[in-house]
Design a binder for this molecule. Structure first.
Ligand SMILES: Nc1nc2c(ncn2[C@@H]2O[C@H](COP(=O)(O)OP(=O)(O)OP(=O)(O)O)[C@@H](O)[C@H]2O)c(=O)[nH]1
Ligand SMILES: [Zn+2]
Length: 398
C-alpha cells in the first residue's frame, strides 16, 4: 500500500478540515511479500473468554509456531510486555520492550520492531495472536498493522476475532459502560447508545460466541440475530470454554484484509434485520464500472470516510442523510466491484483507511458476486440505505 499520510500523525489520518485531494490515497497493494507473518487481533469484552482461548491454543498441539501476546496491550503500566511462543506444546516466554508500554502508541516504532527482532533471535513465527484489553476499540489498532508500509514491517493483519459472552452480550450492547463516559464524549455524543461491545463486533471478521453452556437455544438464537444485524460480514462460531472448532479459518489464515470473497458479500447483502439501533450493515450496488467511474468511486469514498461530508438529496425518495439526523460513520468497508473491461476490484477499508486491490493479485477469485453487480458493504452508524445508494449513484454514474 502506499498510504501517503503524515508519518508522525495518528492513524486516524485525515482531519475533516484538511481534505487532501491531490494525493491518491486509495493505494494499490504492493507486491505481496510471502514471508510476512500474519497477526490476528483477539478482542472481546471483559471476561468474554480471551485468556481461556489463548491458553487453549497454547496447549494444543497444532504443529505451528505461534507467538501469543498475552499481556494486555493498552494497559500502559508496564514497560515490558510478555510474549509467549508456543511450538508443539512447548512454551517459551519472552519480553518485548516497548518505548512507552502501550502498543497502540509505540507500535509504529518499537512495538513492531521488538516483535521482529524477537523473530530474528528465535526464528520466524508462523502466526502471531495479540490479545487486546477488554475495553480496547479494535478500530484504533487495526490500521496500525494493516497500513504497514511505513513500518517496513514483516507483519500483516490477518483479521480481527471478537469473543462475546453469550450470557452477557445483549446487556453489554444496551448498557453504557464506565469507560464510555470518558472516551465517548464527543465522537458518539448523538444517536443511539454505542458501547465498546458494538465497536468490537462491528470491526470483527470472525465472532466467537462463547459460554454457550450458560444460555438456552432460544437465547443463543437471539444473540446470533443481534450480532448479525450489527455485522453481517463476520463469520460466527459458537463455543464453550473458547474451544474453537479449528484454528485455520477461525483464528488463522483469515485473509480478512486482502481477500474479499463473493460468498460473504452475498450473505451480507441478503438483507438482515435491523435489530440494533446503533450499528448496522448496509449493502450498496453498482453496475460494471469504467476506470473513470472507479476514480469517481474513490472520491466518493474519501468524502464519506474521511470528512463524513455528505451531499443531501431532498429528491432521493424523500430520504436524505441530513434528514436522518447524523452523518454516516463507517467502521468497516468491503466490496467487490465488477469492471467493464473485465476482472474484479476488491475494496477493503477500516475507518478512514481504504484501498482497492486487483482480485487477481491476491489470488482471490475473479468471480462476480451473484448477478453482474458490484457490491459495497458498509458496517457503521447512521447508515440510511436509500440515501447512500442515491448519493453513490450520483457520484459514480452521474
Ligand atoms: N461457564 C463458562 N465459563 C467460561 C467459558 N469460557 C470462559 N469461562 C470463564 O469465564 C471467566 C473469564 O474468562 P477469561 O478467559 O479470563 O476472559 P477474558 O476475556 O480473558 O477476561 P478479561 O481478561 O478480564 O477481559 C473465567 O473464569 C473462565 O473460566 C465458557 O464457555 N463457559
Ligand atoms: Zn484476559
Amino acid at each position: 500500500m502506499d498510504m501517503e499520510f503524515d508519518d508522525d500523525g495518528p492513524p486516524m489520518l485525515v482531519a475533516a478540515d484538511q481534505p487532501n485531494d491531490t494525493e491518491n490515497l486509495s493505494a494499490e497493494v504492493d507486491d505481496m511479500n510471502l514471508t510476512r507473518v500474519p497477526i490476528t487481533i483477539i478482542t472481546g469484552y471483559l471476561g468474554a473468554g480471551k485468556t481461556t482461548l489463548m491458553n487453549y491454543i497454547l496447549n494444543e498441539r497444532h504443529g505451528k509456531k505461534i507467538a501469543v501476546i498475552l499481556n494486555e496491550f493498552g494497559d500502559s503500566a508496564d514497560i515490558e510486555k510478555s510474549l509467549t511462543v508456543s511450538q508443539e506444546g512447548q512454551q517459551v516466554e519472552e519480553w518485548l520492550e516497548l518505548a512507552n508500554g502501550c502498543l497502540c502508541c509505540s507500535v509504529k516504532d518499537t512495538g513492531v520492531s521488538a516483535i521482529e527482532s524477537l523473530m530474528e533471535k528465535r526464528g520466524a513465527f508462523d502466526y502471531i495472536l495479540l490479545e487486546t484489553t477488554g475495553l480496547a476499540d479494535p478500530g484504533n489498532l487495526a490500521p496500525l498493522f494493516w497500513v504497514d508500509d511505513g513500518l517496513g514491517s514483516t507483519i500483516y493483519l490477518d483479521g480481527i476475532v471478537t469473543l462475546v459472552d453469550a450470557k452477557n452480550i445483549i446487556r453489554c450492547l444496551s448498557e453504557p459502560t464506565p469507560s464510555e463516559a470518558q472516551t465517548d464524549g464527543t465522537e458518539h455524543a448523538h444517536g443511539p447508545h454505542l458501547s465498546t461491545a458494538h465497536l468490537q463486533i462491528s470491526h470483527a471478521d470472525v465472532i466467537v460466541i462463547n459460554k454457550a453452556d450458560l444460555v438456552s437455544e432460544a437465547e443463543l438464537d437471539q444473540v446470533k440475530a443481534r450480532i448479525s444485524s450489527i455485522n453481517a460480514l463476520a463469520k460466527i462460531h459458537v463455543t464453550e470454554h473458547s474451544k474453537v472448532p479449528a484454528l485455520e479459518g477461525v483464528l488463522l489464515d483469515l485473509h480478512a484484509y486482502d481477500k474479499v470473497d463473493a460468498d460473504s458479500i452475498d450473505f451480507a447483502s441478503k438483507g438482515h434485520s435491523h435489530l440494533d439501533p446503533a450499528i448496522s450493515t448496509t449493502t450498496l450496488t453498482l453496475p460494471p464500472l469504467s476506470s473513470a467511474q472507479l476514480d469517481k468511486l474513490d472520491t466518493f469514498l474519501r468524502n464519506i470516510l474521511w470528512t463524513r461530508f455528505f451531499i443531501s438529496h431532498p429528491d432521493a425518495e424523500g430520504v436524505s442523510v441530513e434528514s436522518a439526523g447524523s452523518r454516516p460513520e463507517i467502521h468497516r468497508t468491503k466490496g467487490r466491484l465488477v469492471m467493464q473491461e473485465g476482472g474484479v476490484k476488491l475494496l477493503q477499508g477500516v475507518r478512514e483507511v481504504f484501498e482497492f486491490i486487483d482480485a487477481a493479485d491476491v489470488g482471490a477469485s475473479n468471480e462476480k458476486s451473484s448477478s453482474d453487480k458490484g457490491k459495497i458493504v458498509f458496517i457503521g452508524r447512521n447508515l440510511v440505505p436509500a440515501a447512500l445508494q442515491k448519493s453513490l449513484e450520483d457520484a459514480v454514474l452521474g
